[in-house]
Design a binder for this molecule. Structure first.
Ligand code: SAM
Length: 284
């Protein structure tokens, strides 16, 4: 069986995947979830018609959204993950032996269940790690009610439509900051800057007003079409981005973590933004 799967994120531009076989398709309580096989990318998951993750290139996004903040922070012990139901961020976070506790808040139990079944390597057992607590809830409700604070917050959300929309609001950024320890870092999935420059502008206005140091870093993820993926970075510790590559390398090597995309040179270089992105930020 072979059919085409069209991604519908942009009205006049998109990508298509050949669907070799549909493995799972269901309208959950929150979104339309489909998992299928593609000859090039392996298993692919889409939510509400938007590609979220693939077996083949997931490492790029998950390594960059996790290791940049965890390596930049000098001693992260606690991490809050919002979204991330496929388990890739949890897997990478738990590779840091200094991390003692992770709370992951995912709105959709079905995403976790189906990803455990169809993408076992994404979480690689991380959901069963005793350091991890999984909370099924809206990330916004969690940050409203929680009292615990964390060294790192990672928002691995869908795009700002549907259930993920609240995770890009002033209120979410403000409430999330209250859950951050002094010197903590928050990073978020922030779209593809060429296609979604408005997301860079909105986040700069909303998150930038709250932190001493708010910017973006980038990574190139083939399945997120349109160029560089932008990841938002926010902290009140202005020294964290000034660290030399040698310092990051020393921490990286002593961690023993082996990566396929992330390395300390790329960590540093990822903060160099294209001029059109800098101009858009400067014009605010
Ligand atoms: N890496 C993907 C991307 O950039 O396209 C996103 C990963 S996907 C695992 C995002 C997850 O966020 C989904 O599992 C979805 O259910 C979850 N999510 C969406 N809105 C949420 C909310 N308000 N609170 C918690 N989780 C949410």
């Amino acid at each position: 069986m072979s059919e085409r799967y069209l991604e519908v994120l942009y009205p006049t531009y998109g990508q298509y995947f050949e669907v070799k076989e549909v493995l799972f398709e269901h309208k959950t309580d929150h979104q339309h979830l489909i998992i299928f096989n593609n000859d090039h990318f392996g298993r692919v998951m889409a939510l509400d018609g938007i590609i979220q993750t693939t077996e083949k290139d997931e490492f790029i996004y998950h390594e960059m959204l996790t290791h940049v903040p965890l390596m930049a922070h000098r001693s992260p012990k606690s991490v809050l993950i919002i979204g991330g139901g496929d388990g890739g961020i949890l897997r990478e976070t738990l590779r840091h032996s200094n991390v003692e506790r992770v709370v992951q808040v995912e709105i959709d139990q079905s995403v976790i269940d189906m990803c455990k079944e169809y993408f076992p390597k994404h979480s690689n057992g991380a959901f069963d790690d005793p350091r991890a607590e999984i909370v099924i809830a809206d990330g916004m409700d969690y940050v409203k009610q929680a009292t615990e604070t964390f060294d790192i917050i990672i928002s691995d959300s869908t795009d700002p439509v549907g259930p993920g929309e609240v995770l890009f609001t002033n209120d979410f950024y403000r409430l999330a900051k209250a859950r951050l320890n002094d010197g903590g870092i928050m990073v978020t999935q922030n779209g593809v800057c060429y296609m979604q420059l408005d997301e860079v502008i909105n986040t700069t206005k909303r998150m930038g007003a709250l932190y001493q140091d708010q910017t973006f870093y980038t990574s190139a993820v083939p399945t997120y079409i349109g160029g560089l993926m932008t990841l938002a970075w926010a902290t009140d510790d202005t020294t964290l981005r000034q660290q030399e590559v040698a310092d990051i390398r020393q921490r990286f090597e002593s961690s023993g973590i082996k990566t396929r995309y992330y390395n300390p040179e790329l960590h540093k270089a990822a903060f160099a933004l294209p001029q059109y992105v800098r101009d858009a930020i400067d014009a605010i």
